[in-house]
Design a protein around this ligand. Structure first.
Ligand code: PLP
Length: 474
């Protein structure tokens, strides 16, 4: 009889299969170490990024990535999926639980690889080609995957396969213009309205948008990719009472791996004109759009890891994290206002602030590059009335990743100070560097390493940021 000792088992593998990454591929290992150092030594204010826990990363790097499981639990096209079925069902259950949803009213698809394709799956599942979508314009805070197009170009494929009409912010209040949305909906008669944004600092009135949807018989898709964590923690108003479909990414405020969740209404009885109940169960439309409509084998390492993140989302720590995210964002906004920054809509209700740099006679592109040179990550962003997306006037910042590292409100005041110093440097250098943004970047590449103000700020940022642990690493 053969003894299955570990020595015997390992002799079946070529030695290379047993090496660690460090041993097998020092080049890639070295680059990962470089990225770890960058993360430790930077202040990350990108509101769509976050840090995942060790447990989430462990599940993501597990053997759950090696198997095919096309189909859904209990109905797969591959054998050997007993364990995968359990994981997917658990992930679905936890997703509903994270948002306090009842499985009689909501179902969820956990297979879509990321947010943009998830939106495309929803459009293809609920609409026919060339059907109409009404969504927030990208330069006013919307997302590419809501169907962005310019006068001359259909930028997002969504705008080629569907007819997209943008709604915008009121340029005075810089809030979503619900009256304009209603006028547009009545004229355009969309089959689906998207409520959601990636650069909007205020609460979205899902109830108002539901009313508009009802008046034109449109689906309401709530895209809560940015704010899902705060909603799961009941710190921001939930779209679930009003939406037909809710999509979120899992890697932003939810703190999971890169992925997405599509929640859809199930078995909800509506009453038609004659009082006869009609059943509009969206399960098969969404599930079929995901697989076999758009995807092949689901990424089970991701699904497994999402399940871990969703369990974390029910902990008291998650709730207090989301409360801190909101407090820190408010503090950042207040401290920037104190330093004479102008904010789009005047402030924030959520995890992000959108600065309008125009009154400071500098643009988002130049400030973004100065801040990058001193280890602060932000996004340049368009603000209402902007003409150029490459040289916009806005800067988008948020509290999500730094709050995960334990940064508190007082420390966010220090961060506001670093930004103020960065902007002052950008203003000073602008004239010297030349007329174009590229001149500015070239100047920075050439002189940044010697410039005393830049080097002093960078040193302060590195020593500030190095105090805070990085989840998943420490
Ligand atoms: C991030 C985001 C998406 C897209 O997610 P990806 O994972 O980058 O594809 C979609 N919608 C909104 C509102 C987002 O913020």
């Amino acid at each position: 009889m053969q003894l299955y000792t570990s020595v015997y088992r390992f002799s079946r593998l070529v030695p290379r299969q047993r090496l660690t990454l460090n041993q097998a591929d020092p080049t890639i290992f070295g680059l990962i170490q470089e990225e770890i150092k960058r993360q430790r030594e930077s202040i990350n204010l990108i509101p769509s990024e976050n840090h995942s826990s060790k447990a989430v990363l462990e599940a993501l790097g597990s053997v759950m990535s090696t198997k095919y499981a096309e189909g859904y639990p209990g109905a797969r096209y591959y054998g050997g999926t007993q364990v995968y079925d359990k994981v997917e069902l658990l992930c679905q259950q936890r997703a509903l639980n994270a948002f306090n949803l009842n499985s009689n009213e909501w179902g969820v698809n956990v297979q879509m690889l990321s947010g943009a394709p998830a939106n495309f799956a929803i459009y293809t599942g609920l609409l026919a080609p060339k059907d109409r979508i009404l969504s927030l314009d990208l330069p006013h805070g919307g997302h590419l995957s809501h169907g962005y197009q310019t006068e001359t170009k259909k930028v997002s494929a969504v705008s080629s396969y569907f007819e997209v009409m943008p709604y915008r912010l009121n340029e005075e209040t810089e809030l979503i213009d619900y009256e304009q949305m209603e006028v547009l909906a009545k004229a355009f008669r969309p089959k689906l309205i998207v409520a959601g944004a990636s650069a909007y600092a205020r609460i979205i009135d899902f109830q108002a948008i539901r009313k508009i949807c009802d008046s034109v018989k449109a689906y309401l898709l709530a895209d809560i990719s940015h704010t899902a964590g705060m909603m799961a923690a009941e710190q921001l108003p939930s779209p679930f009472p009003y939406a037909d479909v809710v999509m979120t990414t899992t890697h932003k405020s939810m703190r999971g791996p890169r992925g997405s969740l599509i929640f859809y209404r199930v078995g909800q009885k509506e009453v038609d004109k004659n009082g006869k109940p009609i059943n509009y169960d969206l399960k098969s439309k969404i599930d079929q759009a995901v697989f076999p409509g758009l995807q092949g084998g689901p990424h089970f390492h991701t699904i497994t890891s999402i399940a871990v993140a969703l369990e974390e989302a029910k902990t008291p720590e998650f709730k207090s994290y989301q409360m801190s995210v909101l407090l820190n964002s408010k503090k950042l906004a207040d401290e920037l206002l104190k330093r004479n920054f102008s904010l789009v809509s005047g402030g924030t209700d959520n995890h992000l602030v959108l600065v309008n740099l125009k009154p400071k006679s500098i643009d988002g592109a130049r400030v973004e590059s100065i801040l990058q040179a001193v280890n602060i990550s932000v996004n340049k962003n368009t603000v209402p009335k902007d003409k150029s997306a490459l040289v916009p006037n806005g800067l988008r910042m948020g509290s999500v990743p730094m709050t995960s590292r334990g940064v508190n409100q007082d420390e966010f005041a220090q961060i506001a100070d670093f930004i103020d110093r960065g902007v002052a440097i950008a203003q000073k250098v602008k004239g010297e560097a030349g007329p174009k943004v590229q001149d500015f970047k070239d100047w920075l590449a050439k002189n940044g390493d010697q410039h005393p103000d830049i080097q002093k700020l960078k040193k302060d940022v590195v020593s500030f940021s190095s105090q805070f642990p990085v989840p998943g690493l420490d």
